[in-house]
Design a protein around this ligand. Structure first.
Ligand code: N01
Length: 550
């Protein structure tokens, strides 16, 4: 259906590749295709580039991978010229960077903004995709690259009375671009995930009164953010290519200087010393204190208890401290959070914590919300309730397979892919950081470059070999899904009701979605498959790219 709220002339066109999304994945993919001399159109729902950093503008939004690592590595010129103002970058600085890259590489001329892809169909005769948008546009492309992001479908739970609230409501993942002034307001925040943990300390400073509704407490480590230190920046820039290569060969794509020994192999005093050291240096590298924290419950318990102890030290009210101390999942198995004075915020007189595990939210009311225990009045409610993660953006599009089902139907029992890059019965459709790839368990920039490079090399190979059609075989997909489950089951991750498992959405299948075998192992596997002529994929027909270029 054409978008009648925002009409514009309908557009059509033929391209070698249609890319969906202009976040860091889509931008780099466009750049790589241009270098290959292929024609491409990027279709982007937002009015600007940046993906997740375009939408997530909530107060305090910041990346918890440090700035020197959370950036593109493909251009030495770019990584030398760009200067990050802080050790961990704030959302406006990351968005500025995305815009700088788009301008520097002159990418905007091939991006169609304010447009959503709604439906795609593969024509088996021409081996081309037809792509439709919410404006009624139609594009034909030899290949599609879905650069739709892993956390791009903001989700508000289906609360009774939603919409009845007379005040303002916000979702952290779709924040107003003009910002929000909470001064003097009574604010309710629902959720205590990464977004809430960043937003709460900032909102608390502005609002007259802030009430946080917590269902599951989260482990959070102080970021120790600060201004970029010149000597530190220099250390990185002097050795960027080597350090980037080292990062690619780690489990998470982040240089975290892990200790390669068990938490149980040292004395309690030594263990505490190591945890104190990691706590003092801050950030997600806390989990690299020992090599078995995600594999061994007993080892994990030592880290979890250390962090619970810190929460009890920081939070003055022992009842609140106990509510904030996570006990229902191993540390790190729900995405570990990184904060700036999060736990300290609960010592403020204008901040209140309500446990909605014991007394769930029953209804949003015209004046606020009601839990099983009490009624609360607000001027504004912030939904920090997360995303339909990993699959939501893809299943929102009617992507039709060659066997008459849609991707949404195929993934009814959980996502199924080969390497997170392709699916059986969806020829010529690649995904960047798709489910079944390390994606959200890694530095996204590292995984994006890995996937985009692999896809681009693959497209060049197909063109060079006169191949029109490529798809994952059912057998290779089944084997990869099984392998993903086996690897996940060797860790403690499946023990948590996390969004990695689809557990944040009622009715979503409980399947561990990202690949936890490690960025390094995944990278090797992908390289080996390509080197062997794309084993596990079926390659057929005359070149679609050549046809498109004619
Ligand atoms: O979302 P979440 P997020 N009643 O799903 C709660 C990345 N990120 O936007 O845990 C009451 O983690 C829900 O409770 P529970 C990062 O990968 C990165 O915070 O399901 N509460 C939870 O507390 C992150 O993991 C950065 O019991 C309800 C919260 O809402 C991911 O994005 C910064 C509820 C949702 O937390 C998502 O983070 C921010 C209900 N009915 C985000 N439904 C950085 O790089 C849900 N909740 C720093």
């Amino acid at each position: 259906m054409p978008d009648v709220t925002n009409p514009r002339p309908v557009i059509s066109g033929q391209y070698d590749v249609v890319i969906v999304g202009a976040g860091f994945a889509g931008l780099y993919q466009l750049h790589r295709l241009r270098l290959l001399g292929m024609t491409a159109k990027v279709i982007e729902a937002g009015s600007g580039v940046g993906g997740t950093w375009y939408w997530n503008r909530y107060p305090g939004a910041r990346c918890d991978v440090e700035s020197m690592q959370y950036s593109y590595a493909f251009s030495e010129e770019l990584q030398q010229e760009w200067q990050w103002p802080e050790l961990f970058s704030a959302q406006p600085d990351i968005l500025k960077y995305a815009n700088h890259v788009a301008d520097k590489l002159d990418l905007r001329r091939d991006i169609l903004f304010d447009t959503r892809v709604t439906e795609t169909r593969f024509d088996e005769t021409s081996n081309r995709w037809s792509v439709r948008t919410n404006h009624g546009d139609t594009f034909s492309a030899g290949f599609m690259v879905m650069a739709t992001g892993c956390l791009s479908t903001a989700r508000v739970p289906d609360f009774k009375g939603l919409g009845s609230f007379k005040g303002s409501t916000y979702h952290t993942g779709a924040w107003p671009h003009e910002g929000v002034d909470f001064s003097g307001l009574r604010v309710g925040v629902i959720g205590t995930g990464s977004s809430a943990i960043q937003a709460i300390p900032v909102i608390a400073e502005q609002a007259a009164d802030l009430t946080v509704f917590q269902r599951t407490p989260n482990f959070s480590i102080p970021s120790r953010n600060g201004p970029m230190v010149g000597t530190y920046e220099r250390q990185w820039k002097d050795k960027y290519p080597d350090l980037r290569a080292d990062a690619r060969n780690t489990r998470n794509g982040i240089l975290a200087y892990p200790n390669d020994f068990s938490a149980l192999s040292v004395t309690p005093d030594e263990r505490r010393r190591i945890y104190e050291e990691r706590w003092a240096s801050g950030g997600t590298t806390f989990m690299a204190a020992f090599n078995d924290l995600i594999f061994n419950q007993e080892a994990n318990d030592t880290a979890a208890e250390f962090v619970r102890g810190k929460i009890r030290e920081i939070v003055k009210d022992p009842t609140i401290a106990e509510l904030l101390a996570p006990k229902d999942h191993p540390i790190g198995t729900k995405r570990i959070c990184v904060d700036t004075r999060y736990f300290e915020t609960y010592n403020r007189p204008n901040v209140h914590l309500i446990d909605v595990r014991s007394a769930p939210i029953e209804e949003i009311t015209p004046t606020g919300l009601r839990t099983a225990n009490a009624e609360y009045e607000f001027d504004a409610i912030v939904f920090a309730t997360g995303f339909d993660a990993m699959t939501g953006a893809l299943t929102a599009i009617d992507i039709h397979s060659t066997d008459r089902s849609t991707l949404k139907q195929k993934w009814e029992d959980g996502p199924r892919t080969y390497l997170g890059l392709m699916c059986a019965h969806f020829p010529n459709m690649f995904m960047v950081t798709g489910p079944g790839s390390p994606s959200v368990l890694s530095n996204m920039h590292v995984s994006i470059e890995q996937d985009v490079n692999w896809i681009s090399d693959c497209l060049a190979y197909l063109r060079g070999n006169g191949t029109a059609r490529m798809e994952a075989t059912q057998q290779s997909e089944d084997a990869w899904v099984l392998h993903g489950i086996e690897v996940a089951n060797k860790t403690l991750y499946p023990k948590a009701a996390s969004w990695y498992m689809g557990a944040n959405i009622e009715g979503k299948p409980r399947v561990f979605m990202p690949y936890i075998g490690g960025v390094n192992a995944y990278r090797e596997k992908c390289a080996e498959i390509a080197a062997n002529g794309y084993t596990g994929f079926r390659l057929t027909g005359p070149s679609a790219v050549a046809q498109a270029a004619e």
